[in-house]
Design a protein around this ligand. Structure first.
Ligand code: AMP
Length: 277
């Protein structure tokens, strides 16, 4: 597995290769490795980037605290036969100009609500870094987790808007046995909180099981009630949405529906979603 820190070396090494790209912020877990496995299973020369992107954190404390374990990350990537790891510095990434307008995109209504509303500036930061990293790596295929479902929609939209012609692949969410979606932020949960955190997935599954029998208003009210029972929880949003437009389905029962949820357990913000219909 080759490790590189610079764009020039990277581009020399990638010449003539069919590249599958997996951007990450490190602190890897089995969910990240699923993205690498998906790329490798298609016979692609697989490049993983590890870059904790300062511009996508609306909360500077979240950025400062973001877990870093480089040795462990590299060992995990070796174990799934990753071909190359790009670990650029902030100066390397933003050498082209942090404020350059061509990296600033307006994703319209798909980025406005949910994560867009609760993390101001987040998708602008995501668009900027993914765009820059795509220019570095120039992949034919790029892999993103369905765990960050709105991010996946934003990346697809950017790919269309800029006519990048990259195949964007969404990879299903890897979960713990308890149903909790794997996340680097789970490292901050205590044993007790890890048990409590299953409420998120249980709520999504309950919404799916009751989608045809109950009204959407009843489903939303019931889920909200589960989170007020316990003071350690604070529900940021739960909604039933159209997965393409990222608009709430309101009172309707269309055929393609996704439930999206974000909630804080103590100081840890948890995010999940599930196909409901
Ligand atoms: P991050 O390092 O959190 O920015 O995540 C890097 C990539 O891994 C993103 O495309 C995420 O959506 C994806 N990812 C994170 N958690 C999971 C998971 N539990 N299952 C599948 N993909 C995931």
């Amino acid at each position: 597995m080759k490790i590189t820190n610079t764009r020039n070396e990277l581009q020399d090494l990638l010449l003539e290769k069919r590249v599958g790209f997996v951007p990450t912020m490190g602190a890897l877990h089995d969910g990240h490795l699923d993205l690498v496995r998906a790329s490798k299973s298609r016979g692609l020369f697989t490049v993983v980037s590890i870059f904790v992107n300062p511009t996508q954190f609306n909360d500077p404390i979240d950025f400062e605290k973001y877990p870093v374990n480089r040795e462990r990350d590299l060992a995990m990537l070796e174990s799934v036969n990753c071909d190359m790891v790009l670990i650029p510095s902030v100066t390397e990434v933003y050498a082209e100009g942090l404020n350059e307008d061509r990296f600033k995109h307006d994703f319209g209504f798909i980025a406005l609500d949910y994560e867009g509303a609760h993390r101001p500036g987040h998708f602008e930061g995501v668009g900027r870094i993914v765009n820059i990293l795509f220019e570095f790596v120039k992949p034919q295929v790029a892999f993103f987790g369905e765990k960050d479902f709105q991010q996946l929609a934003v990346v697809r939209k950017m790919n269309d808007m800029l006519a990048l012609n990259i195949e964007i692949v969404g990879v299903p969410t890897r979960r713990e046995q308890s149903g909790l979606a794997m996340s680097s932020r789970n490292e901050w949960l205590s044993q007790k909180q890890l048990k409590k955190a299953t409420k998120i997935y249980e709520s999504l599954v309950w919404a799916k099981e009751n989608f045809r029998e109950k009204s959407n208003a009843e489903i939303l009210a019931s889920i909200k009630a589960r989170f007020v029972e316990d003071e350690e929880w604070s529900l940021e949003y739960f909604d039933l949405i159209n997965p393409l437009s990222f608009q709430s389905v309101g009172l309707e029962k269309p055929t393609d529906v996704r439930a999206v949820i974000a909630a804080k357990l103590g100081e840890v913000r948890l995010l999940d979603n599930l196909k409901i219909a």
